[in-house]
Design a protein around this ligand. Structure first.
Ligand code: SF4
Ligand code: SF4
Length: 142
């Protein structure tokens, strides 16, 4: 299983800020405006992420056990842009910091072997497209 589906740590760790143009008030299929709040003249943030304790209002999770983004197809760009550690062959400091903050071990290449079709144990996940549709991706700290 994709590690993000049993994690969700990053959705309770960072302010999720993005340009107001991403809102569905101005972009069809954009981020649901009713789940956002104004951050400054140019930016919105997800409700629940403005200040600690942070937990994105769109998150359905028991951190470390189960996690889903309830607006996954319409999540902000920042949530799409940060990879889980080693998903694409490199660590992610945001992923690692969020997991550590929740008492979870940082991901390693071994956490991605489930999608290695060759089972060749080469510490490199072979992205053959069989991974589930994207997991709840991490936000970027504002
Ligand atoms: S990106 Fe990292 S911290 Fe965020 S849900 Fe996935 S595994 Fe957890
Ligand atoms: S991926 Fe979804 S639940 Fe997580 S911070 Fe982004 S909008 Fe919120």
């Amino acid at each position: 299983m994709h590690p993000c589906l049993t994690c969700g740590a990053c959705c309770t760790q960072y302010r999720v800020a993005f340009h107001w143009m991403e809102s569905d008030e101005v972009s069809e299929g954009g981020v649901p405006a009713e789940l956002t709040q104004r951050l400054d003249a140019h930016r919105l943030c997800m409700q629940g992420t403005y200040a600690p304790p942070i937990r994105c209002v769109a998150l359905d999770a028991d951190i470390g056990r189960y996690s889903r983004c309830t607006i996954h197809p319409r999540r902000p760009s920042v949530c799409r842009e940060v990879d889980a550690s080693w998903e694409f062959g490199a660590p992610s400091s945001q992923c690692d910091r969020a997991r550590i903050a929740h008492g979870l071990a940082p991901l390693t290449p071994a956490d991605w072997r489930w999608r290695d079709p060759a089972g060749n144990d080469d510490d490199r996940p072979d992205d053959n497209g069989n991974s589930p549709s994207s997991p709840p991706a991490p936000p970027i700290a504002a």
